[in-house]
Design a protein around this ligand. Structure first.
Ligand code: SAH
Ligand code: SF4
Length: 352
C-alpha cells in the first residue's frame, strides 16, 4: 500500500509555530524569520526560490511545507476599477475576494467563510448554503493572491496598492473567530506583511459573546451591522437579533468601548426604501448611538438577482444623513457602492 504524505500549507503557521518546527529539528529559530521574510516581504510563490538557506535544510523544509495557490475561477473588473475574483479552494469550494482602489489607498475585502450560517434578508451571501469556515491559509491566501495579481511585493509602504483590509466579504468573521484572529496577527506582524492595526476592520452582524472576547483579544477596528433601530425591524433584517437583541448588543458594545477607549465603533446601517429609512428611525438611531464614540456608515442597498428590497432614494439617504449629523451631532458617511456593475459591492457576493 502506498502512503502519500501530505505537505502542510505554510500559510497555516504562525511565526512561533515555525520557530518550534526549527527547534524540533535542532535548527536555530532565526530560520523561521528568514522564511517569514521570503513569504511575507518578498512574496515568493515557490519555496525553491529561497537562496539563503543550505540545500540540505531547504530540502527538509520543502518535504514538510508547500505554498499552494488559490485558483481563479472567474475574474470581473468593474468600470470603477474594482476587481472581483471567484477563487477555488483546495477542496473545490469557492469564495469571492474583492479589491477596491481609492485615491490614497487600496482595500481588500476578504471572505471568512464559504457561505454564511446567518440569513440576513438583504444579503446575497445569506442565500447561499453555509459550507465551512476558511482556514488561516485561505484567509491570508486571499491577500497574498491580490498582492501577486497587483505586483505589490517589495514596495515601500507609501507605494503599496494593498493598504487596508476589511473582513466584509462572505461569512460572519466571529463564527470563524480563531482563524480570523490568528490571520490578523500574521497580517500585522511587523517583520512580514506589517499592516497597521488601524487599517484592518472586522465587521460583525452582532455575535455578542465574541464581541466580549474580541475586546480583550484584538485592537483592530470593529464595525457592527446594526441596520435598524427597532427590534421588530432588525429581527426581519438580521435574524441573529432574535438571539441577541439591540439592547443586549449595545450593552456588549458598551463593555467594548470601556476596554478600548481609543477606538471608534462604526455602525453600519443599510438604506432600504420604506423599511428603515424614515426620520423616526433616524431619531431612534441617534438615541441608541449617542452614548458611543462612534460613526454611522450608511450603506445604500446593493440589489442582486431575486432580492426583495429597493434602495432608498438619494434624497432620502441625504435627509437621513443630515438629520443624524445635525440633530445627533454624530458623524455619518454614505458608503459609495463600488463594483456594483459586477456584483462586487457589499452583500452581493455569492459563489453559486
Ligand atoms: N457578516 C458580516 C460581514 C460581511 S457583510 C456582517 O454582516 O457584518 C459586510 C457588510 O455588508 C455588512 O454590514 C452587511 O450587512 C452589508 N451588506 C450585506 N448585504 C448587503 C447589500 N445587499 N447591500 C448593501 N450592504 C449589504
Ligand atoms: Fe452573513 Fe453578514 Fe450576509 Fe448577514 S450580512 S448573511 S452575517 S455575510
Amino acid at each position: 500500500m502506498w502512503l502519500i504524505k501530505l505537505k502542510n500549507n505554510i500559510y497555516n503557521f504562525s511565526i512561533d509555530e515555525l520557530k518550534s518546527y526549527f527547534l524540533n529539528i535542532d535548527e536555530k529559530t532565526f530560520r523561521a524569520e528568514q522564511i517569514w521574510n521570503w513569504l511575507y516581504v518578498k512574496g515568493i510563490s515557490n519555496l525553491k526560490e529561497i537562496n539563503n538557506i543550505s540545500n540540505n535544510l531547504l530540502r527538509k523544509i520543502i518535504c514538510k511545507y508547500e505554498i499552494p495557490k488559490l485558483k481563479v475561477k472567474k475574474y470581473l473588473h468593474s468600470k470603477d476599477g474594482t476587481k472581483k475574483w471567484l477563487l477555488s479552494l483546495g477542496d473545490g469550494k469557492e469564495i469571492e475576494t474583492v479589491y477596491i482602489p481609492e485615491k490614497n489607498r487600496g482595500t481588500v475585502c476578504v471572505s471568512s467563510q464559504v457561505g454564511c450560517t446567518l440569513s440576513c434578508s438583504f444579503c446575497h451571501t445569506g442565500t447561499m448554503k453555509y459550507l465551512r469556515n476558511l482556514a488561516m491559509s485561505e484567509i491570508i491566501g486571499q491577500i497574498i493572491f491580490v498582492k501577486n495579481e497587483l505586483d505589490d511585493w517589495r514596495k515601500n509602504s507609501d507605494e503599496r496598492k494593498v493598504t487596508n483590509i476589511v473582513f466584509m466579504g462572505m461569512g460572519e468573521p466571529f463564527y470563524n473567530y480563531d482563524n480570523v484572529l490568528k490571520s490578523i496577527s500574521v497580517l500585522t506582524n511587523e517583520k512580514g506583511l506589517a499592516f497597521s492595526k488601524r487599517k484592518i476592520t472586522l465587521s460583525t452582524s452582532g455575535v455578542v459573546p465574541k464581541i466580549l472576547n474580541f475586546k480583550e483579544d484584538s485592537d483592530v477596528n470593529l464595525a457592527v451591522s446594526l441596520h435598524a433601530a427597532f427590534d421588530d425591524v432588525r429581527n426581519d433584517l438580521v435574524p441573529i437579533n432574535k438571539k441577541w437583541p439591540i439592547k443586549i448588543l449595545l450593552n456588549a458594545l458598551k463593555d467594548y468601548s470601556v476596554r478600548r477607549r481609543n477606538k471608534r465603533i462604526t455602525f453600519e446601517y443599510i438604506m432600504l426604501d420604506g423599511v428603515n429609512d424614515s426620520l423616526v428611525d433616524a431619531k431612534e438611531l441617534i438615541k441608541l448611538i449617542k452614548p458611543f464614540r462612534a460613526k454611522i456608515n450608511l450603506i445604500p442597498f446593493n440589489p442582486w438577482p431575486g432580492s426583495k428590497y429597493k434602495v432608498s432614494s438619494s434624497k432620502k439617504i441625504n435627509e437621513f444623513k443630515k438629520y443624524i449629523l445635525e440633530k445627533g451631532q454624530i458623524v455619518a458617511t454614505v458608503r459609495t457602492p463600488r463594483g456594483n456593475d459586477v456584483l462586487a459591492a457589499c452583500g452581493q457576493l455569492n459563489s453559486i
